[in-house]
Write a protein that binds this ligand. Structure first.
Ligand SMILES: C[S@@+](CC[C@H](N)C(=O)[O-])C[C@H]1O[C@@H](n2cnc3c(N)ncnc32)[C@H](O)[C@@H]1O
Length: 274
């Protein structure tokens, strides 16, 4: 039998042995089948993976923030694990789907411990109290890469009548054309997340590196640096392996072009003094 929670453990409710397993620098992503509503959104993450992060970085009853909540996967994971949550989403369509998914999950509307805000993350965060959040977990846009996605991947969604990007409006970070400008704007939002996070608590940001034109972009490293400049300390990067994605013969037989079948979970902590 696993030992009970160590009395010195202020972070989570795992036994030391359970915690040890989660320190491995790669995790196999485990995704539940996506229902019709979730499938509408072009870039969701797995509730199971988020539940695992919640168990590692929070205790039940604590408050979790996702500033780019999409169709609400983080909120559903919080509901399942007994965490309170705040989610922010800019695009009305995704916000509405998040509401529907939450209502279906709870069977009784949106539960009082979940707050789903509709608006721009920067504006909504400005209204939030400093040091009021126990854990930030999110997946931001990957630059404007969805607008540039390979025709092959885009065509598959288009043929099923599904959107290939988040929205066309200018406030959506996924529509900023310049990579440097995108990183700065995103960094500013994570700066606001740092302010609302309690000292010594953690932030987990799930992103994937990507290719564009002739180049490979180390997005996870670029973003980690931006967030560190706003007061967080980088503690580790866990590779999240996705072993069931389609393989495309992009460059064969002329050139090496990788199929990127993993994401990176960037893990940062807010120091006492930030
Ligand atoms: C990678 S998706 C997140 C998907 C989410 N993890 C899920 O499973 O549904 C990023 C989301 O950020 C939203 N977004 C982009 N710019 C935003 C902004 N300025 N404020 C709030 N949300 C924004 C996009 O509309 C998109 O839904």
């Amino acid at each position: 039998m696993e030992k009970a929670v160590d009395e010195r453990n202020r972070l989570n409710d795992l036994s030391n042995k359970q915690w040890l397993r989660e320190t491995k620098s790669f995790w196999m992503s485990k995704a539940p089948p996506r229902d019709e509503l979730k499938r509408q959104h072009p870039a969701t993450f797995s509730e199971y993976d988020i539940e695992r992060l919640l168990r590692l970085f929070t205790k039940p009853g604590q408050t979790v923030l996702d500033p780019f909540v999409g169709v609400g996967s983080t909120l559903i994971a919080c509901l399942r694990t007994g965490r309170r949550a705040i989610g922010i989403e800019l695009v009305p369509r995704w916000h509405e789907i998040a509401q529907q998914r939450l209502a279906a999950e709870s069977g009784d509307g949106i539960p009082e411990q979940i707050s789903l805000l509709h608006g721009d993350a920067s504006a909504e965060l400005a209204e939030m109290e400093s040091e009021s959040i126990d854990f930030v977990v999110t997946s931001p846009p990957y630059w404007s890469i969805l607008n540039k996605a390979s025709e092959k991947v885009g065509a598959e969604r288009t043929s099923r009548g599904l959107p290939t990007n988040y929205s066309d409006d200018g406030q959506n970070l996924g529509n900023i054309e310049d990579y440097g400008e995108f990183l700065t704007k995103l960094g500013e939002i994570f700066g606001q997340c740092t302010r609302v996070l309690r000292s010594r608590q953690y932030m987990a940001v799930i992103v994937s590196d990507f290719r564009h034109g002739p180049r490979y972009y180390l997005y996870h490293a670029d973003l980690a640096r931006e967030i560190e400049q706003r007061g967080m300390v980088l503690k580790g990067v866990t590779a999240l392996l996705q072993d069931s994605k389609n393989l495309y013969a992009y460059g064969i037989p002329y050139a090496f072009v990788p199929n990127i079948h993993h994401q990176q979970i960037i893990i940062l902590q807010k120091p006492e003094s930030a």
